[in-house]
Design a protein around this ligand. Structure first.
Ligand SMILES: NC(=O)c1ccc[n+]([C@@H]2O[C@H](COP(=O)([O-])OP(=O)(O)OC[C@H]3O[C@@H](n4cnc5c(N)ncnc54)[C@H](O)[C@@H]3O)[C@@H](O)[C@H]2O)c1
Length: 634
């Protein structure tokens, strides 16, 4: 059985025995303390006087100065506790005072003395009552004698409370102590670790933390440029290196070419001298830290293409110097940093972990996203050695809010592939569910909407025309490729890839069905594809399934146009297309409109009204699409 614990390594059962012991000790001590007190005797007097008193009269009696004086004077004499309110309570509800028993609590070890004092009070009271003449015949009282004598009527409660309090304090104290110890241990472990570092690592960490370091980013694309932005705005002087001269020129002029990074950010860095972009790799020699963010595509054969990483490594080793940290960010299979970068660096005579520090830290940026960006997305980091990890943490710690250290560079590489494989497999699953729903005559969007109401244990994925982007269709294949060397077939990855890459063909079947409704064939029909970027509101065309859909339709003889507010033209393999300038005209002229990317800019209602037939692969038309006879949905 598992026990939730607020502290690592602390089991909630640990505190139970000490709590029981301390609780018991505190209960015993309380009991002893109470028993050491003289016992409390209760004595009573019975008022014999006849007659009734109204509440007011009783109040008046009790409040009569004589009565009060008598009451007040007695404790001074004998030290007992006169409770005038008892008197009141006996009469205030118009009970006959006669026969009322007034109880007095008298703390006195001597029973006789307690009784005598009770009588003395009664006498005083009666005298007062007589004098007041409110009570004719007053002076009549009778001692009720000792009604009860006991040490303490709350004894059990006091002992119980002492037990509980003692136990709670002991448990809480133990918990606090354990928490404090855990913190101390962590700090000590860290100090020990940092203490154990070579002076070279210590020196570099100090420089990185001081913000005086000069850092570099190689590959200034979707990953590299946001990193430059974050580093530059957190005190580092950044050198951006890329082979694309147009990007270098744009940056040095203060211009951004990535939607997520405003030109004003780049311009401000250039203006204050915090950013210099260059194609010159010799700048590496001036750097303290370096991040590599170059592409990791697939070859035509479907194998990983590590040529970018290899080329960059071969370039930078010429300029490396001791006291540098290098972090690879490009997504790749587990082992790349250790098997490819480390040997090339060490061949230069620099020992990794001593002279130079090497780590892997995957980028998780999702272009177009505003809530989670480079700066606030937790960043996983794994070093080749513990020293490499420490230095890399200091490097990124200055600019990134949350760092997640892992045990090795391989672990960091694998964590990224798990994330992307998780997405690829789930998208494959939901795409297959779309196909299955189609066979069953069910609406997949309704099914997904219903399933997604489950507040736990389900994560919503939606089907579409296929997988796009630089990561999800590609990265899992890096993993399956690596596993082949271990004689293992990564079946989930293969299957998801098969289903996802088959989706464009499935969409073409839907276009065929749509045209068929109007007795048309694909061959010779005019088809308008809406949205060619691989996801909404960005211009990124990489691996976009819309391009496959266009290619397949063209192969079947369709005349294909496209429109995309973010992509003015497409130059991809043999495709040479320009976005249609007149969207409304193109929609009206098309025999079928295919919605492949649901950019926010589209006015779907209007498009639905104007189109002859629509194939909606994204559920962009929603319920209206469901109800319209001219719409075929995925
Ligand atoms: N784009 C994403 O959403 C994303 C997210 C997470 C991880 N990644 C990974 O990050 C890496 C980079 O992806 P990206 O999207 O930034 O790619 P990108 O194509 O946008 O940028 C890569 C940059 O590297 C430059 N480059 C290519 N070869 C070079 C060389 N030899 N020297 C210097 N520069 C060179 C290119 O000119 C380009 O500017 C890839 O491994 C990718 O899988 C990408």
């Amino acid at each position: 059985m598992k026990h939730a614990s607020p502290i690592p390594g602390w089991d909630i059962r640990y505190g139970i025995v000490p709590a029981l012991i301390v609780g018991a000790v505190s209960a015993v001590l309380t009991l002893a303390a109470v028993l050491a007190q003289p016992p409390v005797f209760q004595a009573g007097i019975r008022i014999l006087q006849a007659g009734r008193y109204s509440a007011d009269e009783a109040q008046a009696l009790a409040g009569a100065p004589e009565v009060a004086a008598a009451a007040v004077s007695l404790p001074a004499v004998s030290g007992y506790n006169l409770r005038q309110e008892d008197f009141l309570r006996g009469s205030a509800v118009e009970q006959p005072l006669e026969g009322s028993v007034l109880r007095l609590s008298i703390r006195d070890a001597d029973r006789g003395r307690a009784e005598a004092r009770t009588l003395a009070w009664a006498q005083a009271l009666c005298a007062a009552l007589s004098e007041k003449a409110l009570a004719p015949g007053a002076g009549c009282y009778e001692s009720g004698g000792i009604i009860s004598g006991q040490t303490d009527s709350f004894l059990i409660w006091k002992v119980l409370a002492a037990f509980l309090l003692g136990a709670a304090l002991a448990y809480g104290g133990g918990l606090l102590q354990a928490r404090w110890n855990a913190k101390e241990n962590a700090v000590m472990a860290k100090k020990e670790m940092v203490k154990g570092l070579d002076p070279a690592a210590q020196k570099l960490i100090r420089k990185l933390k001081s913000g005086k370091a000069r850092v570099g980013v190689i590959g200034l694309g979707y990953v590299g440029l946001p990193l430059v932005d974050v580093f530059g705005h957190h005190g580092y002087t950044v050198v951006g290196i890329d082979v694309d001269q147009r990007k270098i020129d744009a940056l040095n002029k203060g211009k951004s070419y990535i939607e997520d990074i405003p030109s004003s950010h780049v311009a401000s860095l250039v203006r204050k001298g915090a950013l210099k972009a260059t194609t010159d790799f010799s700048q590496v020699g001036t750097l303290d830290a370096l991040s590599i963010c170059v592409p990791t595509p697939l070859r035509k054969t479907g194998d990983p293409d590590l040529s970018y990483i290899v080329n960059v490594t071969e370039e930078i080793v010429k300029y490396l110097h001791p006291g540098m940290v290098i972090v690879l960010e490009s997504t790749t299979y587990p082992g790349t940093t250790r098997e490819i970068l480390q040997p090339k660096i060490e061949a230069r005579g620099l020992k990794v972990g001593k002279d130079i520090f090497l780590a892997f830290s995957p980028e998780r940026v999702d272009p177009g996203r505003e809530d989670w960006t480079t700066i606030n997305t937790p960043k996983v980091i794994g070093g080749i050695t513990p020293a490499c990890l420490e230095v890399a943490l200091a490097y990124y710690g200055r600019a990134i809010r949350t760092l997640v250290p892992v045990s090795s560079a391989d672990a960091a590489e694998m964590s990224k592939l798990l994330e992307n494989t998780f997405r690829a497999v789930n998208i494959g699953l939901v795409n297959e569910v779309a196909i299955m729903c189609n066979r069953l005559g069910l609406d997949v969007w309704e099914i997904i909407g219903a399933a997604a109401t489950k507040p736990f244990g389900y994560m919503k994925f939606t089907p579409g025309p296929g997988l796009g982007g630089h990561c999800i269709p590609i990265d899992p294949l890096y993993l399956s490729w690596k596993l082949k060397a271990f004689n293992y077939n990564a079946r989930f990855i293969e299957l998801a890839s098969e289903i996802n890459t088959g989706m464009p063909r499935y969409v073409v079947e839907k276009v065929q069905d749509a045209l068929n409704k109007n007795r048309k064939a694909i061959n010779g029909s005019r088809i308008l594809v809406l949205g060619v970027a691989y996801k909404p509101n960005v211009s990124d065309l990489r691996e976009s399934p819309a391009l496959d859909v266009i290619g397949l339709l063209q192969k079947k003889g369709a005349v294909v146009d496209y429109h995309d507010p973010f992509v003015p033209e497409v130059r991809h393999e043999s495709l040479r297309l320009t976005s249609v300038p007149d969207l409304e005209g193109a929609v009206q002229q098309a025999d079928c409109v295919v919605i492949t990317t649901d950019h926010d800019a589209y006015q779907w209602k209007k498009i639905l009204e104007m189109a002859r037939m629509v194939v909606d692969t994204r559920n962009a038309l929603g319920v209206e699409g469901k109800l319209s006879p001219k719409v075929i949905r995925l």
